[in-house]
Design a protein around this ligand. Structure first.
Ligand SMILES: Nc1ncnc2c1ncn2[C@@H]1O[C@H](COP(=O)(O)OP(=O)(O)OP(=O)(O)O)[C@@H](O)[C@H]1O
Length: 284
């Protein structure tokens, strides 16, 4: 089941494939279009290819074939276009990727770095960026924690700072890679509610990877179900019946149970690389 193409996608992928060194095929040749303002959930078992697909959308994982095409900037085939696209495409991570010894405000200000040259970003941020960052903290309900060190905040509050940092980028697209995987159910619901509300208010297109079916059904405008490196479902949550669910959640024949858990272990250590912006600021 697939969504039909519409004439004005904000972001498209065309025949995109990802094969990691060693020959692991994470995404087989796939084409999708994302519509402006849509809240998309990538749903699937661990190892299905959700993170790889999501991270390919801003070339954090480089596709081995095919193209990612931004409606605003064009195909991501040179550094200038990639920089422009990344400035408007914010990321939210499972483990927040915040600098724990810095204040919430300083972390949120990192979202503004893409707007300044490297040399300018070494100086204190201008007033307008400060105002934007404070406003973003206010929108996630953390105005009173602006000067609190992030390591003194709860997991849910840290993820709110992560969302505020994304928002400070004034993005048109937010990519959220398992944003609630480290949180308890009640906090997860609050975070997804907040993320959806903010995206709706600002007309931001969201692509969110999740493995919890319940949240996908509740929050997604569109669910893109992945299994074994390919899209097996692409439609509104209301159209997800048991037959479609079986396609998403059946264990690929190519993996035994043991191989799957080995993959998960490897992923949990390899995948959560620090966000490039965070690394840059750590150095600065
Ligand atoms: N850096 C890497 N090097 C080699 N193989 C990788 C790498 N990252 C992911 N893979 C493999 O690519 C496939 C897809 O992984 P991916 O992380 O995209 O899946 P996922 O659906 O996001 O899983 P999870 O829910 O566990 O995050 C898996 O077989 C995984 O082992």
């Amino acid at each position: 089941m697939t969504c039909t193409k519409t004439p004005h996608p904000i972001l498209s992928i065309e025949n995109l494939g990802i094969t990691y060194p060693g020959g692991i095929e994470a995404i087989r040749s796939t084409s999708i279009q994302f519509q402006p303002g849509e809240f998309n959930v990538l749903l699937g078992l661990s190892g299905a290819g959700k993170s790889s697909l999501l991270r390919a959308l801003n070339h954090l994982v480089k596709p081995t074939s095919g193209n990612v095409i931004s409606a605003e900037f064009g195909a991501l085939n040179n550094q200038r276009i990639l920089r422009q696209h990344r400035r408007k495409t914010a990321m939210v991570f499972q483990h927040h990727q915040l600098i724990l010894r810095h204040s919430a405000l300083k972390n949120v200000l990192m979202g503004r770095l893409g707007y300044y040259s490297f040399w300018r970003s070494l100086l204190p941020m201008p007033q307008d960026s400060l105002k934007i960052a404070l406003n973003c903290l206010d929108r996630v309900g953390l105005a009173d924690k602006a000067l609190t060190r992030v390591d003194q905040l709860s997991g849910g509050q840290q993820q709110r700072v992560g969302i505020a940092r994304a928002l400070a980028q004034q993005p048109t697209i937010i990519l959220a890679d398992e944003p609630v995987a480290s949180l308890d159910p009640s906090t997860s619901e609050k975070i997804l509610t907040l993320l959806k509300k903010i995206c709706a208010e600002d007309g931001i297109t969201a692509v969110v990877s999740l493995h919890q079916l319940e949240y996908a059904k509740r929050f997604a405008d569109r669910i893109i179900g992945l299994s074994d490196a390919q899209i097996v479902f692409d439609a509104a949550p209301q159209q997800l019946d048991n037959k479609q669910l079986a396609l998403i959640y059946e264990q690929p024949a190519s993996l035994t149970k043991d191989e799957t858990s080995t993959d998960i272990e490897r992923l949990s250590t390899q995948k959560n690389l620090p966000h490039k912006t965070a690394t840059q600021l750590e150095i600065a």
